[in-house]
Each structure stands twice: as structure tokens, then as C-alpha cells.
Design a protein around this ligand. Structure first.
Ligand SMILES: Nc1ncnc2c1ncn2[C@@H]1O[C@H](COP(=O)(O)OP(=O)(O)OP(=O)(O)O)[C@@H](O)[C@H]1O
Ligand SMILES: [Mg+2]
Length: 267
């Protein structure tokens, strides 16, 4: 089955684990109010347009993933119990997100990276994505997430939602990419939003970009920007990092508004 690489209107939206969970908690703690609010904002767009099959949602793992991955040292070693427990935990969060979207009227369906990706040394080497293409063709909204995934070299490794987004965007030919987190985009040393980052300017702004302030196994803000600058450089696909804790921002992004930091190829 060939991928739908000719679609021109596909949006890939990542909702950070910092928005939908209590990111600082060492045990899994969801924020149902935020999950429902974001589902409502997506529904505003999806009810009119999802039947065209133009949206993929990816969510982060937050406190359902990072503390368990750290406890079982999944970035350093293979631990079968750790793989099972971490996947079980992030699947619960995925269930909550898909349920909230369904209740809001969005035809969302779960896609677990554990069952559809293979890694090699922590990077995606293969994706079974034909089912995602059929879901989109039928007007469904696939919902992927940060997960633990089998790795040909390491046995298993952590797959960040921040790596899933550019991979899937390139594979399926997305036009618009949004990564929603808890800051007003990428911030400089004065706390101001950096409006645009390009591969050429990345070296300069990099010094102000750090990891997460919480238990983290996927690189925090620097991890996101590195993935997205690489995507812009490789394929010319632009993306935005913006703040989803401000009500209305997810909807604004989906409507094409200028929010947060734009990451794009040098002109
Ligand atoms: N220059 C910067 N601008 C913005 N945020 C930054 C910067 N440097 C470091 N950060 C940190 O990166 C964090 C975002 O990454 P984090 O992994 O915590 O959230 P997330 O990716 O939304 O959650 P998850 O990994 O669960 O999906 C911010 O909350 C902030 O603490
Ligand atoms: Mg993160």
C-alpha cells in the first residue's frame, strides 16, 4: 500500500505531556480538565474538517512516561518489566486522550508506536503506516504518542512524540506542524519568544535552549527544536512551537494563526 504523499492539507499536532499531565509528578497524574479543553478546541476544527482526513494528533507522555523510563533506566538498558510497565502507563494516557476527543465529537482512534514502529539506536528505522493512511482516507483522526518501542540494537528504547511528529509529517507529506507545550514558543535569555529559527540561526539561539525542568528522557525544548530544525533543513517543512496552556491557542494554530516560534528553512 503506498503512502498518500500527495496530500496537501495534512496537519500534525503534538500536545505536550506538560499540558495534559502534571509534568512534575513522579507518579502518573492526568489533567482531565486540560485534556477536555484541548479536545474541545480540536473538535472546533475537526467537526468541520476532520472528515477530509487531514489531522494527526500525537501526544507526549508527561508523568505517565518520563518517571517510569527513568526508574527502569530505559535509555541505558533493556528491561523487559520496564518496557511492559512504561507502555502500559502511556497507553492509559492515550486512552484518556482518545476518549476525550471522541466525547467532543472527533473520530479519533489510537495508534500505539509500540506496535507500529521499529527503532535502531533510538532513531526510527521503520514504520508500519499503511493503516494510518487508510484511517485518514476514511476521515478518522489517528492519535499517536510518546512510547517505549522495540529497538533492533538496544532491545527497546524511548521514542519521543517529538521524533514521531517530523517522521510522520515527512512520510505522509504534512503541510502544517504544531508542537504545543507550556511556554510561549522557544524563549531567549530574556524570556521573550524567538519569532523564527532557521538552520542557519539555530547555532546562535541554541545556547538559550535547555532540556526540561522536570524528570525527562527525551531532551525537553532542545530535543524538539533539534528535531524540527533538522526536518526544515532536510525537507523544507516548517513548524510552530506554541503555548497550549493559553485557552484558544490550539484552535488558533489549527485555523492558521501566527502563534509561538516558527521553525523554517533558510530562504
Ligand atoms: N529556551 C527555552 N524555551 C522554552 N522552554 C524551554 C527552554 N529551555 C528549556 N525549556 C524547558 O523545556 C520544557 C518543555 O519540554 P518538556 O519535555 O518539559 O515538555 P513537553 O515536551 O511538552 O512534555 P512531554 O515530553 O511529556 O511531551 C519547558 O517547560 C521548559 O521548562
Ligand atoms: Mg518533552
Amino acid at each position: 500500500m503506498k503512502y498518500l504523499t500527495d496530500r496537501t492539507d495534512l496537519t500534525v499536532l503534538k500536545i505536550g505531556g506538560s499540558i495534559i499531565t502534571e509534568r512534575s509528578s513522579q507518579t502518573p497524574k492526568a489533567l482531565p480538565g486540560e485534556i477536555n479543553r484541548i479536545a474541545g478546541e480540536i473538535a472546533g476544527m475537526a467537526v468541520e474538517a476532520a472528515n477530509k482526513g487531514n489531522l494527526i494528533v500525537v501526544h507526549g507522555a508527561g508523568s505517565f512516561g518520563h518517571p517510569l523510563a527513568r526508574e527502569y533506566r530505559l535509555t541505558e538498558q533493556f528491561d523487559m518489566e520496564g518496557v511492559i510497565e512504561t507502555h502500559r502507563s502511556v497507553r492509559k494516557l492515550n486512552n484518556m486522550v482518545v476518549d476525550a476527543l471522541n466525547r467532543a465529537g472527533v473520530p479519533a482512534v489510537p495508534v500505539h508506536p509500540f506496535s507500529s514502529f521499529l527503532l535502531d539506536n533510538g532513531r526510527i528505522s521503520e514504520m508500519f503506516g499503511a493503516h494510518i493512511s487508510v484511517m485518514l482516507e476514511r476521515g478518522m483522526v489517528p492519535v499517536l504518542h510518546g512510547d517505549v518501542v522495540m529497538d533492533a540494537t538496544r532491545g527497546a528504547a524511548v521514542l519521543s512524540g517529538d521524533q514521531v511528529v517530523p517522521y510522520i509529517a515527512q512520510k505522509l507529506g504534512a503541510e502544517s506542524i504544531g508542537i504545543a507545550s507550556v511556554t510561549d514558543g522557544v524563549l531567549d535569555d530574556k524570556g521573550h519568544t524567538v519569532p523564527v529559527i532557521t538552520p542557519a540561526s539555530f547555532d546562535e539561539v541554541k545556547i538559550h535552549i535547555g532540556g526540561s525542568s522536570h524528570t525527562d528522557v527525551t531532551g525537553g525544548m532542545l530535543g524538539k527544536v533539534t528535531e524540527l530544525v533538522d526536518l526544515a533543513d532536510r525537507s523544507g517543512i516548517s513548524s510552530r512551537i506554541f503555548n497550549a496552556s493559553i485557552p484558544g491557542n490550539v484552535r488558533a494554530f489549527l485555523d492558521g494563526a501566527t502563534v509561538g516560534t516558527l521553525i523554517q528553512k533558510d530562504k
